[in-house]
Design a protein. Structure first.
Lengths: 116, 112
């Protein structure tokens, strides 16, 4: 069964350091999402890609977060510098289609980030 | 008002009980609706899509009420293994750049 791959699974970093997460969506999925989930809350959308283009990054803290999907396949989310409040689960998801008749999104196992 | 709202619970029910959750959404143009299940410290996993005509999968039934802008999930004959957080997801806006928005989740605890 096709899966969304994410790495690393766990990351501990000191505040003010840089950290990066990687995601490889299900093959053929054009839409890729990055979510942040704080314990006890629902996933919060940070950025959405359609192929290599960002279609929404309204909730991405652009002063410290960046995301790219250069060839429209895998994607990287970076935080620089990390802050204590960035500690959360970072989830990547992909779907074959977004838009009015969007299809279901499938999630990777996530990267659990702890900033100390 | 939040785009997608859920009662966080917890819902504590005995085994064998029937339990229902609702999820309200603010954008009347939304077209796609989903229920996800999330176990503690795991990723959300798709439980079922919600169609205009409703959707049933074994003990689980999902329905859409467009007039009142909510979706529902009904679980019959609850099992201990149903204990989890149930997230609803809605595509957020009409147009080409829809966002998939999640609620905060409803925690279900099935008691023996």
């Amino acid at each position: 069964e096709a899966e969304v791959a994410q790495s690393p699974r766990y990351k501990i970093t000191e505040k003010s350091q840089a950290v990066a997460f990687w995601c490889d969506p299900i093959s053929g999925h054009a839409t890729l999402y990055w979510y942040r989930q704080i314990l006890g809350q629902g996933p919060e959308l940070l950025v959405q890609f359609q192929d290599e283009s960002v279609v929404d990054d309204s909730q991405l803290p652009k002063d410290r977060f960046s995301a790219e999907r250069l060839k429209g396949v895998d994607s990287t989310l970076k935080i620089q510098p990390a802050e204590l409040g960035d500690s959360a689960m970072y989830l990547c998801a992909s779907s074959s289609r977004s838009g009015v008749q969007s299809t279901e999104a499938f999630f990777g196992q996530g990267t659990r980030l702890t900033v100390v | 008002r939040k785009e997608v709202e859920q009662d966080p619970g917890p819902f504590n029910v005995p085994e064998g009980a029937t339990v229902a959750f609702n999820c309200t959404y603010s954008n009347s143009a939304s077209q796609s609706f989903f229920w996800y299940r999330q176990d503690c410290r795991k990723e959300p996993k798709l439980l079922m899509s919600v169609y205009s005509s409703g959707n049933e999968d074994g003990r689980f039934t999902a329905q859409l009420n467009r007039a009142s802008q909510y979706i529902s999930l009904l679980i019959r004959d609850s099992k201990l293994s149903d204990s989890a957080t149930y997230l609803c997801a809605v595509n957020g806006y009409g147009g080409a750049t829809n966002k998939l928005i999640f609620g905060t989740g409803t925690l279900l605890a099935v008691q023996p």
